[in-house]
Ligand binder design. Sequence first.
Ligand code: MHF
Ligand code: KIV
Ligand code: MG
Length: 264
Amino acid sequence: MAVTINTLREYKQKGEAFSALTSYDATFAQIVSEAGVDVILIGDSLGMVLQGNDSTLPVTMDEIVYHTSCVAKGNRGALIMADMPFMSYGTVEAALENAAELMRAGAHMVKLEGTDWMKDTIEALSERGVPVCAHLGLTPQFVNKFGGYKVQGRDEKAAELMIEHACELVEAGADVILLECVPAPLAARITQAVRAPVIGIGAGADTDGQVLVVHDMLGLTTGRKPRFVKNFLAETDSVQNAIKAYVEQVRNRTFPAEEHTFKA
Ligand SMILES: Nc1nc(=O)c2c([nH]1)NC[C@@H]1CN(c3ccc(C(=O)N[C@@H](CCC(=O)O)C(=O)O)cc3)CN21
Ligand SMILES: CC(C)C(=O)C(=O)O
Ligand SMILES: [Mg+2]
């Protein structure tokens, strides 16, 4: 049975953790979906891991469309989420046009980085049949505003604001929330506060789902390894088995462990 947003809602209701991984091509999409990963993300991280840029900002719509079409052909039943690249949702009109292109390429949902300013955009997409994931916390498209890839929501004021933003974006129509690099207690509060499923990366074990960049979970991190990364290939003998181990450890909440988690 193919995974839909209803499947993710059922996981949240039952308290069963679900898994997501990035893929950028048909081979990985097939292997990842056949291993039981529920959500495949065509991440703009491809600008770093495939293209060698030092941020996600250079990634274009055409590139995400191309990789989404490749992933769609390999996919065997996962929900396909595509990142909207930097400034491709700068206005509501641009967001509608660009999201439509991603949906035509095979996406089932689009992901946007931002806070309360995205309310109108999310409402417009949602009303027109485009499911949305709202990405909060460390939003890499804001690296130049943050001054680096830094944990977000560390002080109480920033934490309260993030909870507020998550609630407002779900109210506006966001079907999924993604939290990147936030203290585990804050991610747990947001997961409790919203009815939408919450996916975490560097957000502790208490979110409804987990996501990683596939290269990272296969030990292919170049440069400095973020705290939330675990090499699942080190414990097994094949890429397929490493991905199955990830699915299993997310399901039984042994991943992420303390060592992968940011505290308050
Ligand atoms: N290979 C890869 N994996 C990713 O997870 C990823 C990408 N690329 N590219 C796009 C963004 C960039 N990401 C990053 C990059 C670095 C850190 C990092 O070094 N974080 C520090 C936190 C520092 C602090 O305490 O504030 C860490 O120690 O993990 C986090 C997320 C996540 N995304
Ligand atoms: C790290 C995940 C959440 C992402 O947005 C990406 O791969 O681009
Ligand atoms: Mg991204």
